[in-house]
Design a protein around this ligand. Sequence first.
Ligand code: FE2
Length: 185
Amino acid sequence: MARRTKVTPIHRTRDSRESTRPEAAGLFRTKNDLPERARQETVSLLNQRLADCIDLQTQAKQHWNVKGPNFIALHTLFDSVDVEAYADLLAERVVQLGGRADGTARIVAQQTILLDYPLTLTTGEEHVAALSDVLAQFSRSTRIDIEEATELEDAATADILTEITRGIDKWLWMVEAHQQGGRAV
Ligand SMILES: [Fe+2]
């Protein structure tokens, strides 16, 4: 089976696919005093992360298909990768800023930029590689978003994204540890 492409180290540039994200719809009126232009940009990036987060949630559930001696350990670990609360944080922040949270399965399928999760994976090693790839990809994106939210002087959004990044990094550690036998490099 072809090996998945490793996520490249963090660059301070956006994934090229992110340029395809849709223009944010018009904002609802709000007494939130962040400038409209900043809210528009933030809503757009948060909706992108919302799509990715819901995709990530469904990918973690593919633990159903793990085969082999590590089945129970990996099934239990993957089940504990619970990012539903993060989807809620992202969606609610979108609406707080006057935006519309775009989180249906159909929109998510169109908009997610995460690597696809091949349904042909079977071994524990393959599942660990696949889930750690998308966890790393997701936290790379949220780290870039933190910088963008900070530049837009939206400290609350940056804080939410920081909380999410902290959690995703923790899941990445727990999943990736299965690939990290031997000496550190
Ligand atoms: Fe399960």
